[in-house]
Ligand binder design. Structure first.
Ligand SMILES: Cc1cc2nc3c(=O)[nH]c(=O)nc-3n(C[C@H](O)[C@H](O)[C@H](O)COP(=O)(O)OP(=O)(O)OC[C@H]3O[C@@H](n4cnc5c(N)ncnc54)[C@H](O)[C@@H]3O)c2cc1C
Ligand code: SF4
Length: 637
């Protein structure tokens, strides 16, 4: 399954990201034109290249080369940044902007703000983000790699909520294993067989589980065995380790005893670089040693074989469609000169099939800007935008618990991800954050300011108090399911354009009552857990914040989960969906929309492993499509 020889470094071929010009790409005859070099795009391109097809990736972001030097330039920028938000390692690029969590602020309908990338005109605003550089959002993702539950695939049938998928857990299971190999997932099957999740006999994950952090163990002492009753069913809670797409100890039993060779840092042969996670809690926004998976690892593999080319600084601006037969005839890109210049040239790149992998918001934005809703039979492009609703709760433990050691999150509580209660309220997973209250309060900076400015501490006393306080911080992040809702949308509006004149995404996103019932339950559960642990509950919510949501007379703050999905959902026919179960567009015979935008629900797992599994599945189908294209037979299903 894994093709690396452990003794060889994975090399991003020198100059690969710049050697194909947009002009050359426009003259080429490509089997597949892929928009976006993130996780989905790199998996599809690598698979098609491996099958012998000529592929070009059009990537909006910069990326001279995703080699060690470029990666380290991201690190230097991050180290020097005053505000270390998700996007702080990556250069500001007016030509391919991306949302920053720091952008969000209260806005009113009568005073729309358009100075950020995501235009939001509602009172509630999401601070969710995605990244537009080569490698995409995987550059700064956290790397949790949970599967969806079998029941997530038929929520409507089981609980009368949300939508069924047009495929089942069992249909996706072999592709989950491919994705776990590609991303290098560290986990133990025995920890993951809950709520119906199953694996083939004898399966082991590529690497052993990440060891639970000391904080996980402290929380487990209070939580393990706690009883909860929901919708007349009893649940016993337990802290479990989470599957992680980061390098740990390879499992010698993997692949029938062949073992697994982790992919370390790209373009270096120093074995200590990236071969093992070093547990220093910097996973978001960038792993200094590349122990965490990022798409550069897949891209390096794709580019080194020769069939896949890439053009960077090429923003797909229009999908060209034939009015005659609705086939896609090309992707028009604006190839900009540099990050400091708005000068660009336009090219149209042509191929046999076209695969949009620009992520949920950007795929929808591009299609809407190309007037494709007019041709859509479902009219669902840009509708059903989903993201996990995160409710943060934080407390101060009575004793130091080693906070700030381990990956961002090594474990949590998964027992309430599924169950009959989902007929009336959302399920959730609980992350135990090893990085303290940073997400909720801006710690450690806010702690420092408080101790110095308000309490006047200095020197040894300051160091002692700060260390003691930080090592006692416990953040429980409740990741709550949010169902597809037609009125949560991405649209475009002629009033809002970026530096290249491309229409910006306008996002309208509300947190529905079903999710808020889950949030209210989560808040009570957090109180009980803090009580069990003897922790002082420090959670406060601000009703004046952009993220404030009222439910049953109480105010909560719901922050963005960065798990954007649903803007081109899959379904069983062209009237109820944008793509079929292979992510093949219903309306355009040679178009695939690959990425989380196709997911009809997000359940209670971080979405990317499922999205990667779907990308492998679609790639297999696109290979069949390309074969058939030589003999003109329409392929579907
Ligand atoms: C802070 C954070 C933490 C996360 N943690 C997790 C986690 O722990 N587990 C998990 O499962 N998921 C996590 N995610 C989500 C995960 O990162 C995404 O689901 C995943 O990376 C999406 O992959 P993608 O290939 O669909 O899109 P992306 O990775 O965003 O790739 C899209 C690519 O398309 C390019 N592009 C965009 N527009 C254009 C255009 N017009 N023309 C050409 N190219 C374009 C972009 O530059 C980018 O390279 C996290 C996300 C964030 C932000
Ligand atoms: S804990 Fe550190 S070494 Fe491990 S994946 Fe996160 S950032 Fe990388």
């Amino acid at each position: 399954m894994v093709s690396y020889d452990g003794t060889d470094p994975v090399i991003f071929p020198a100059g690969a990201a710049t050697q194909t010009s947009a002009a050359e790409a426009a003259q080429g005859e490509w089997d597949a034109v892929v928009v976006g070099g993130g996780m989905a795009g790199s998996i599809v391109a690598e698979q098609l290249g491996q099958a012998g097809y000529k592929v070009v990736i059009l990537e909006a972001g910069p990326g001279k080369d995703l080699d060690l030097a470029e990666y380290e330039s991201y690190l230097s920028r991050f180290y020097g940044a005053v505000v270390k938000d998700n996007q702080s390692p990556y250069p500001f690029n007016p030509n391919a902007r991306m949302p920053r969590s720091t952008d969000t602020m209260p806005v009113r309908p009568e005073t729309p703000r358009d100075d950020f990338y995501l235009v939001q005109e509602d009172k509630y605003c999401t601070d969710t983000t995605f990244t537009r550089v080569l490698g995409g959002t995987s550059m700064h993702w956290e790397g949790k790699a949970l599967r969806m539950l079998p029941e997530d695939f038929d929520l409507r049938t089981k609980y009368g909520q949300g939508l069924n998928w047009p495929l089942s857990y069992d249909d996706l299971e072999p592709y989950y294993r491919k994705a776990e190999a590609e991303l290098g997932v560290a986990a133990e099957v025995e920890d993951q067989t809950y709520l119906g999740m199953h694996f083939p006999k004898g399966y082991v994950f590529p690497m052993h589980r990440m060891p639970p952090s000391y904080l996980d163990q402290v929380v487990a002492r209070g939580v393990d065995g706690m009883r909860v009753t929901l919708a007349d069913d009893d649940y016993t809670l337990q802290v479990r380790s989470f599957p992680q797409a980061r390098n740990g100890v390879p499992n010698a039993a993997y692949d029938g005893g062949k073992g697994f060779v982790p992919v370390g840092a790209v373009s270096t042969s120093q074995v200590e670089e990236g071969e093992r996670c070093q547990g220093n809690t910097n996973c978001v926004p960038i792993c200094p040693v590349q122990a965490k998976y990022h798409s550069g690892k897949t891209l390096a593999k794709a580019l080194s074989k020769g069939n896949v080319k890439i053009v960077t600084q090429a923003v797909a601006s229009k999908v060209e469609i034939s009015e005659h037969d609705r086939r896609v005839t090309g992707i028009t890109v604006k190839k900009y000169e540099s990050l400091n210049s708005e000068k660009y040239e336009e090219y149209t790149v042509k191929g046999t099939v076209y695969i949009l992998c620009a992520h949920a918001i950007e795929n929808a934005r591009l299609m809407l800007a190309s007037d494709m809703q007019r041709m859509s039979r479902s009219k669902l492009i840009g509708c059903n935008l989903m993201d996990h609703a995160y409710l943060l709760t934080w407390g101060l433990l009575p004793e130091p618990a080693g906070t700030m050691r381990g990956t961002t999150c090594t474990g949590g509580i998964t027992d309430l991800r599924g169950g009959r209660f989902r007929a009336t309220q959302a399920g959730f997973g609980v992350d135990i954050h090893n990085d303290g209250w940073g997400w909720a309060t801006g710690s450690p900076y806010t702690d420092l300011v408080e101790l110095v400015d308000k309490r006047g501490l200095r020197g040894r006393e300051l160091r002692r108090t700060l260390g003691n306080r930080i090592s006692r911080q416990l953040l429980l992040a409740f990741m709550i399911d949010l169902l597809p809702d037609r009125s949560n949308t991405v649209t475009v509006d002629e009033r809002y354009k970026d530096a290249l004149g491309n229409l910006k995404p306008v996002v309208s996103f509300k947190i529905p009552p079903y999710t808020m019932r889950g949030a209210a339950f989560a808040r009570k559960l957090a109180t009980d857990i803090f009580e069990k642990l003897g922790a002082e509950d420090r959670t406060t919510y601000d009703k004046n914040s952009y993220s404030a949501v009222e439910h049953d007379g109480q105010w909560y703050n719901i922050v963005g989960g960065n798990h954007l999905a649903g803007t081109h959902i899959m379904g069983t026919d062209p009237a109820n969906s944008v793509v079929d179960h292979t992510q093949h567009s219903w309306d355009h015979e040679n178009l695939y929309l690959v990425g989380p935008g196709s997911m009809p629900s997000i359940g209670t797992s971080n979405i990317s492993l499922t999205m990667a599994a779907l990308a492998f599945r679609s790639a297999a189908h696109i290979v069949k499509h390309l074969r058939a294209a030589k003999a003109p037979v329409a392929v579907r299903g």
